[in-house]
Design a protein around this ligand. Sequence first.
Ligand SMILES: *[C@@H]1O[C@H](CO)[C@@H](O)[C@H](O)[C@H]1NC(C)=O
Ligand SMILES: *[C@@H]1O[C@H](CO)[C@@H](O)[C@H](O)[C@H]1NC(C)=O
Length: 421
Amino acid sequence: MRLSSLSPFVLAVAFIPHTYAWGTVGHEVVATLAQMHLHPSVMPKLCAILDYDGECHLAPVATWADRIRREAKYRWTGPLHYINAVDDYPSATCAFPGPRGWQGRTHINVLNGIRNTTTVLQEFEGRRASASVPSDDSNDDTDVPGYVQDALKFLIHFVGDMHMPLHLTGRNRGGNGDKVAFDGRTTNLHSVWDSLLISERLRTLPRNYTHPLPLPDVEAYLRGTIYDPYIRRLVWEGLLGRWQDEQDTWLICPTSDSSTRPSSPSPQRQHQFASTWQSVLSLFNLASARTSTGQGEGDDGLGVDDDILCPYAWAKPIQQLNCEFIFPKELDDFVPPHRSFDLGDEECACGDDEDALTALARKRKQSPYLELYTPDYAGMIKEQWIVEKLLTQAGTRLAAVLNWIFAELDEDESRSGCLTL
Ligand SMILES: *[C@@H]1O[C@H](CO)[C@@H](O)[C@H](O)[C@H]1NC(C)=O
Ligand SMILES: *[C@@H]1O[C@H](CO)[C@@H](O)[C@H](O)[C@H]1NC(C)=O
């Protein structure tokens, strides 16, 4: 399907009110990028856990955690989507956590959620491996408990949530309560970051990404969605372009011995996308060979970080973005004109009796709130590829965690994994 034929749909997407972290597109992009980076031995195991018949992808389960969170059985998981420090109030103060610690119940937050689900999956994989089931039968013979399947779906989702900066601040429920205007329309800051910035990208992508890339290892993972061209661009201009020298560093944990850090990207990665998983893997491979210092309750008071997996350390610079520019200072000084009226929750007026464009035109003139569709805000974020980098970091880290838990390396790979460093 061509993007052009879908543009009315893409436009409509922008009008769907979102209350969850990264809209569907964001989470599915993260899952798809992760899948591209998996070691070949990993995906069959994930598909067995997810109990897929037919073609197996991670993207379709990436928003499952949002869909079920209102169900009685899963209501307790709501706070697992975010983490808030008591003293955090961007842009005035960014505390992570600051002197008074975290809000809510300890260990029920997105960073502990990542650690917890990782542990569940590791233990499951450990049991599976030691049950000495012949590997070609393992998919059929292993009974996968429901909580293991849940853990995998939660992990795929939480790594995405962790890279959505507004899931790391409690101010007005992560910006859900901060009304702003975007292209003249009243919305809230959270929705801008969930979906409006991404929808704008999909509408304005260069045409050349509607065609397949000359990279079969990328194309194989695309499913004919409206965001395929976006993913192509993230790979082509991002992973093989501006972040080529940087991607490995996204996996570094501060406790890692600095002498083992890659000082430069392995030369064979140049335009060889297929080998990217090797580099995502090699760092983990090496790290897990060293004696882990183990988890402890560090400064963060969470005990979620170790040498290999460090969601707190990864989240810290992301949370800083809230103070740097995500909550503009003007937001607090802004006084809406008196004549304003509140569109409230009726953000999606694109129902039967009013088409989306009419609604847009009507609202253009009306939103009294601080406009963020400006060169200084949305323009700067676009220029610097901020959203794109967060999504790509999330995909890379998710792949690394899954490779670390599930990959089975043959001897050559284990060796070369170490040698490339
Ligand atoms: C994960 O969290 C649940 C709920 O807090 C807890 O019951 C369980 O023991 C945790 N599992 C691991 C492996 O941390
Ligand atoms: C698409 O066009 C942009 C310039 O607009 C260019 O930088 C990029 O390399 C092109 N991508 C492909 C896959 O040709």
